[in-house]
Design a protein around this ligand. Structure first.
Ligand code: SAH
Length: 223
């Protein structure tokens, strides 16, 4: 019967999600209880193309169309852990993409402001977030290297695409004491940078190598 086979596949996906949490996150040091709780809860399979549902909990990025990818679960967990959100923050996300990380942010902070360059992805992402009732998310279609000045300053900013340098508007829109996480480097490999805003300017730490799609735009890569 359709209903029982559907239930079975939902159970299988939940099992795959739990294995993802154990082997890709906890076993590799992503153990912040709030991040783990969110990643146990958010159904990643709703953010991938129907044909890829059975690979939704694999240890890989997956294509989401328009040459873009949903990031590997580990890197998403790692970045969210580095942001150390408490639940009260206003967070700016650049590169909504599938909106999977957007949903996790919606679980982890008070308000999410997400900017996506491609309208099609923004519209699709909004639909899934609405289905899951994440109403504390605002999405804007535009060039995220300009930030979203209307709602600034932000307690945290997370950039999900690789940039040649920290876009100046993002540095300006970060609140005092706020954290910015962004992959910086060339177009094939980057270093994940965590920058904190101190009275004397941005203080940067390197968190290791990573590989993201390009951040395009005025303060990103041309194209
Ligand atoms: N966190 C997302 C990552 C998607 S890939 C996920 O896991 O699904 C990065 C996204 O950044 C792509 O959707 C791409 O269209 C978007 N992007 C690239 N340059 C951008 C820019 N200047 N402003 C906003 N979004 C941008």
């Amino acid at each position: 019967m359709a209903v029982s086979s559907n239930n079975r596949s939902v159970t299988a996906l939940e099992g795959a999600r739990e294995r993802m949490v154990q082997t890709q996150l906890l076993d590799r040091g992503v153990n912040d209880p709030r991040v783990i709780h969110a990643m146990r809860k958010v159904p990643r399979h709703l953010f991938v193309e129907p044909a890829l549902v059975n690979r939704a909990y694999d240890d890989d990025p997956l294509p989401i169309g328009a040459k873009q990818t949903i990031s590997q679960p580990y890197i998403v967990g790692y970045m969210l852990q580095a942001l150390a959100l408490k639940g009260t923050e206003r967070v700016l996300e650049i590169g909504t993409g599938s909106a999977y990380q957007t949903a996790l942010l919606a679980e982890l902070c008070a308000n999410v402001f997400s900017v996506e360059k491609l309208r099609r992805l923004a519209v699709q992402g909004r639909a899934v977030l609405d289905e899951l009732r994440y109403y504390n998310v605002a999405i804007h279609v535009g060039d995220g290297t300009l930030g979203w000045s209307e709602h600034a300053p932000y307690d945290a900013i997370v950039v999900a695409a690789g940039a040649p340098r920290v876009p100046e508007p993002l540095a300006q829109q970060l609140a005092g004491g706020g954290r910015l996480i962004i992959p910086i480097g060339d177009q094939t490999s980057q270093v994940l940078k965590l920058a904190s805003r101190t009275p004397s300017g941005l203080e940067e730490t390197s968190l290791g190598e990573c590989r993201f799609v390009k951040l395009l735009g005025k303060y990103g890569w041309p194209g």
